[in-house]
Ligand binder design. Sequence first.
Ligand SMILES: *Cc1c(COP(=O)(O)O)cnc(C)c1O
Ligand code: SF4
Length: 544
Amino acid sequence: MDATEKRTAVAASGTGAVQEPFVNLRDPAKRLGPDGKPAVSRRAPIWVDVPDEKWNDWRWQLSNRINSLEEIGRVINLTDDEREGLSAPDKFRVDITPYFASLIDPDDPDDPIRLQVIPKGQELRAFTGMMEDSLAEDRHSPVPGLVHRYPDRVLMLVTTQCATYCRYCTRSRIVGDPSQNFNRAEHEAQLDYIRRTPQIRDVLISGGDGLTLAPKLLESVIRGLREIPHVEIVRIGSRVPVFLPQRVDDELCEMLAKYHPIWMNLHFNHPNEITPEVARAADRLNRAGIPLGNQSVLLAGVNDCVHIQRDLVHRLVENRIRPYYIYQCDLVEGAGHFRTPVGKGIEILEGLRGHTSGYAVPMYIVDAPGGGGKIPVMPNYLISYSDHKVVLRNYEGYITTYEEPTTYTPHDATKCRHCRTPRPEPGQEGVTGLLDGKRMWIEPAGFELTHARGNVEAHRLQDASKWVPYGVGAIEGQAGAPFPAIGEGAGTAEGAGGAGTAEEGGSPAAGAQVTGEPARAYGPGEEPRPPEGMPTGSAHGELL
Ligand SMILES: *Cc1c(COP(=O)(O)O)cnc(C)c1O
Ligand code: SF4
């Protein structure tokens, strides 16, 4: 009798009954089909005769992907828009695993899986703001395929290949193109940059999809990373478990588990993608000790619905996959018909936060066009605050106040070991620098005009004479204009003491013109604060 048997026997003797081994029917990875065998998802009729060994072999799935109008037309009933998309000569690559194509309802033109992988004629149309490299990744690449945008982590593109191609892919400029693939020499250059950059503690392997690499090549990349002492965590961003769950076999999981700590972010967009095969793949990865997250993209017609999103996040947490991000659709070529207003994302978050488990609520992210990085966008729960009270509202609209402490001893940096040994990256104070009084404002830098609006003028944020500092006392439209001395020109103390409107000549602009003083630029820490009694304005109308 081993230890487990002994415990079972003791437990059973306590109740006086011999207990059957417990079968957890709630576990999605253990679900059984009508035949009493592990549940399987639907197969399209053209593949019903494929033997199970082949169907369940990821290599078979990859080499039998469908991509032409004829092949896809044998699986689903194509619409005219899809025929136009599939016939276009220069379209983004099409390839769909038989497993994933089988999940499509062949007669539903709005099927959420179909919309993600079958091109439509609409994807060929340009839209306002469209860009080829909307996140300016190429400009942030010190070596090919390595994007270093954040201080302590990098994105490492190890391949341009995926198991199936998403029509809205943010990296469609390189993804799918075998002639732009990364080879061992480039992996080595990427590793070399990471080796020489000790602030990198987190490496995100992506592509394309790293899990489509030949297993030996993938292992050599991960091993190369693990040999770098300052790399703390390795993350893999992959859609393979969605398109090709057969790939998540014991061999892969055992290989990955050798290189812990490894985290993985998957990419599910709709509950229909979470099949019994996916549940077993997620279970294997979880049992290999890999924490799983999910990043989805908010897509019109696919998941722009609170109820779909709620069902998705419930299916995810049930499979021990933590919703991480919902991305606003990028301004990338081909994605125009998938875009939603940002308000839709806010509405979805409103429908999740408080209504369901905190574990099930992702962050909503707008990845800044032009390469500013990820920006979280949240509903407003903070309504107002004063020096002692914060006014908040909850998910039901209930308004409450939180009394601030009357005494608070500020954190003592001189006694704090963490403060005395900060990480070395420069420029990390960011907007919190404003709070620390290091700066009065932050001037946008490196803003380049890459969008396709046909606007050839410098962006106002690049032109100092157009730039309005955004802060206390900033006057709309008056960047750099000095305030007149009290009593000078028309902007008198009396005028300003009234309504201070432009008609009364109470605006500082009028004063500046009268005195003829040249406009002056304000440096960091300086602020065009109006003198006592002068009107203040806000720059909010000028932000865009
Ligand atoms: C998304 C991304 C990361 C990772 O960002 P997290 O918010 O830490 O998940 C890192 N580098 C680049 C270039 C990215 O786009
Ligand atoms: S899996 Fe990712 S990289 Fe590949 S096509 Fe889809 S979005 Fe693009």
